[in-house]
Design a protein around this ligand. Sequence first.
Ligand SMILES: [Zn+2]
Length: 441
Amino acid sequence: MSVKAFRGEILHFVEDPASTPCQDKEQAEQSSYQYFEDGILLIENGKIKQLGTAKAMLADLEHSLEIQHIENGLIVPGFIDTHIHYPQTEMIGSYGEQLLQWLEDYTFPTEKKFADKAYATKISEFFLNQLLANGTTTALVFGTVHAESVNAFFEVALAKNLRMIAGKVMMDRNAPDYLLDTAQSSYQQSKQLIKDWHGKGRLQYAITPRFAPTSSDEQLSLAGKLLKEHPGVYMQTHLSENLKEIEWVKSLNPDCENYLDVYKKHQLLGSRSVFAHGIHLCDAEYSDLSQSNSALSFCPSSNLFLGSGLFKLDVAQQHNIKVGLGTDIGAGTSFSLLETLKDAYKTQQLRGKKLDSLQSFYLATLGGARALDLEGTVGNFQVGCEADFIVLDYHATPLMKLRLEQCQSLAEKLFSFTILGDDRAVKATYIQGELAEVNCD
Ligand SMILES: [Zn+2]
């Protein structure tokens, strides 16, 4: 039996600060999190055993137990990225286009390379090291159309003992021939990948139609069939990101009332379905997402980079829709969820809305876990959760040290992390209580 204890400043969320049922906003926020200025996180066999103040816990701990002290840092649960494409790592910052042209000019030629498993393995290794360096311990990940891209990714993720969800892209039309599968082959290959990987270690599978324009009706209906045949498996796709895309979806599906309706028709909504973007949604789409308990992935850095639009976070919240954060690499411009939160803040400012730092940290941790239907598994320090956590460094850069010394409250400190922080602010990443080796060469 392995027991470990970490002592220092600790924060985690137990509720959504925006929706805690309290009259008083301040009280609601306070009951949404637990914060220990001098706390102890006790871990047994990779899972959270206990969390409390050092004062209360020290007397009961075995005297022989070595306690690791964390100084000038804040222990928080590992970040959760609910939308990211690992094969697009090498094409971050591809210039000048909006979604559809950007896919054609940059994405498709890059994804072609992942037919080669050795190449896919090399990029998976690089990608997962980037996630860990940025404090992201769980992600919902797109592969390419090639089954081998997913085999490569899962092999590397398994060796690192990570909780990752991924899937093979299903795409049988409106893309270059070299990237197309067929409805039948995508069904067979996805089925085989589910059999090989879903539930192995901490890995889970996501059925992954790229988006409505690149899947025929037959393919989407087989995706729905897969979802029904394999309870517990995820579904990830894109929704309503760009205005031209929405027009295109309408012209391809004249029988559907709106974009989401295309997925709904094929039974792709549900508590393990995650739709990336959802920027330009109508009321009927918001209510269908809410009623089906589907999640939206909010990807502000990508939305700004591709000029897609501003996500309506408050509207999604009013409809009680689960929302997680996504970097959407490679349309997103950073692997860091801290940098993503900086962009999230700015997108809401442009809409005349505020995104406070408690809500931000909730979205990056427990909010992401809820979006992925993983509450109780990761996302906070509830007893029994897997001990994936990170240490944020108050002294990461001279500027952060100077700024953070001026901060009076926890909310101010968290806000400084989101505005000034990036991978340098992540001092260490722990996977099931073990310090992760991060190799970013
Ligand atoms: Zn995407």
